[in-house]
Write a protein that binds this ligand. Sequence first.
Ligand code: HEC
Ligand code: HEC
Ligand code: HEC
Ligand code: HEC
Ligand code: HEC
Ligand code: HEC
Ligand code: HEC
Ligand code: HEC
Length: 236
Amino acid sequence: MRLGIVAAIIFGGTGLIVYRLPPALKSQRFHRQTTLQAESERSVQFAGFNACGDCHDDEYQKKKTGYHKNLSCETCHGPAAGHVADPVTVKPFVSRERRGCPVCHEYDASRPTGFPQIVPTVHNPLQPCVTCHNPHDPVPPKTPEECSACHAGIVRTKAVSSHALVACTQCHTVPEQHKATPRIVRPTKPETRDFCGKCHARGSPVVAPPKIDISTHGEKYVCWQCHYPHLPAERL
Ligand code: HEC
Ligand code: HEC
Ligand code: HEC
Ligand code: HEC
Ligand code: HEC
Ligand code: HEC
Ligand code: HEC
Ligand code: HEC
């Protein structure tokens, strides 16, 4: 009985208020109109990836057939309609840092099976992703198959090390005959500390590798008595 009275008051009161409202406030037409107007007054932020092809044919063609074919340019470069209208003064965002790529590629058990994933803290941690992967055609870099046929362990180890991009042949000169008669014709191996110093000595023209003072670091020992050259982060 009491509940009935409360309900009657609520419904009656609401009905009365709605009845007394001016018709303009009850019409959905005005609401729709103003919403449409507000939306269409917003400026267009995205140009769509076809627009980019007009001026950036190289990136456009590269991406079209690569692993990133399903990503729009603006997924990585941000909304770029302003840039299309005025390419010289308005520059789109270019992310060269490591943060961007793991948004999609950091290991996450919920991603689809087979989606290429990495653990950023151990996958070549010192460099930006774009030093090794072309963002417009990210083919995973490969070591020459010709060595992996027989030295698969070393190839696999080196591929995940910070020497991934230092080719086998940069440290070993390999005669063609080695592949036919490996035990008779052998490749060279580095012999001096200065060999590693070419890239690692302070003052070396090669910029990327970390630098050491070659006259004092590790003293009289050769470098590979302490660093495994195919996985140099590992200290023996
Ligand atoms: C009308 C031609 C034109 C169109 C269309 C165009 N760009 Fe550009 N873009 C340029 C020019 C010109 C430059 C180089 C400006 C310079 O040299 O400083 C440039 C530079 C860039 C850069 C490099 C910026 C930097 O800081 O180095 C990126 C990234 C880029 N454009 C992305 C895009 C994307 C994404 C689209 C499609 C949404 C697009 N562009 C559409 C003409 C265009
Ligand atoms: C997966 C993210 C990603 C996508 C998708 C992508 N880019 Fe890029 N883009 C980058 C990164 C990262 C760089 C910086 C590369 C570097 O510095 O080596 C870059 C650089 C550029 C540059 C400057 C090149 C230079 O040498 O300075 C242009 C122009 C460009 N992108 C255009 C495009 C266009 C056009 C598309 C679409 C067809 C596109 N990008 C799609 C990530 C992306
Ligand atoms: C918006 C999500 C997204 C971002 C951001 C992104 N990727 Fe990708 N990436 C993908 C997709 C999708 C594929 C294709 C996966 C497939 O073929 O199954 C792919 C494929 C790859 C592959 C191929 C791996 C293989 O063996 O199949 C590499 C390498 C790669 N991306 C590197 C990068 C790098 C480097 C960046 C940063 C510049 C980046 N990705 C940013 C979504 C992304
Ligand atoms: C020093 C070079 C180097 C850097 C820096 C680097 N990668 Fe790689 N990446 C490789 C090599 C070599 C491979 C192929 C061998 C392997 O699977 O480890 C690879 C493979 C991949 C794959 C394919 C994995 C799979 O299972 O198919 C993805 C995805 C990838 N990298 C993403 C990234 C991202 C994202 C970054 C930045 C956070 C990055 N890489 C930084 C060298 C590098
Ligand atoms: C057909 C198989 C085969 C191929 C292909 C091959 N190797 Fe070898 N390699 C061997 C064998 C077997 C040995 C071991 C010889 C021994 O210990 O007596 C060896 C030894 C070596 C050594 C050590 C030499 C020494 O004196 O200790 C190096 C360095 C080497 N290989 C580098 C390479 C490189 C780099 C490539 C690719 C360009 C390559 N090999 C391709 C089979 C091969
Ligand atoms: C940064 C230089 C460097 C690179 C790159 C390199 N090596 Fe070596 N490698 C060495 C050095 C130094 C030794 C000698 C190690 C020792 O004597 O203890 C060696 C030794 C070897 C040996 C003899 C067996 C062993 O494990 O000591 C083989 C086989 C070999 N390398 C194969 C390869 C292959 C295959 C690649 C490419 C996947 C490669 N190396 C890339 C520096 C390098
Ligand atoms: C062609 C140039 C080159 C040569 C030759 C070379 N390295 Fe490297 N080294 C590199 C690069 C590139 C890196 C990775 C830098 C990075 O990850 O930013 C590196 C990284 C290293 C690191 C640091 C590993 C880490 O992740 O902390 C050590 C240690 C190292 N190298 C030892 C050696 C030794 C020992 C030799 C001689 C057998 C050698 N390097 C020869 C280019 C070279
Ligand atoms: C007696 C052992 C020993 C010898 C020999 C040795 N190292 Fe090291 N190296 C180390 C240790 C331990 C570290 C890590 C601690 C540090 O950074 O000083 C290291 C670190 C490094 C780093 C990384 C520096 C950084 O900033 O990340 C490089 C590059 C390097 N060594 C190169 C070399 C080269 C090239 C040689 C030969 C000329 C060599 N090492 C000889 C023990 C040695």
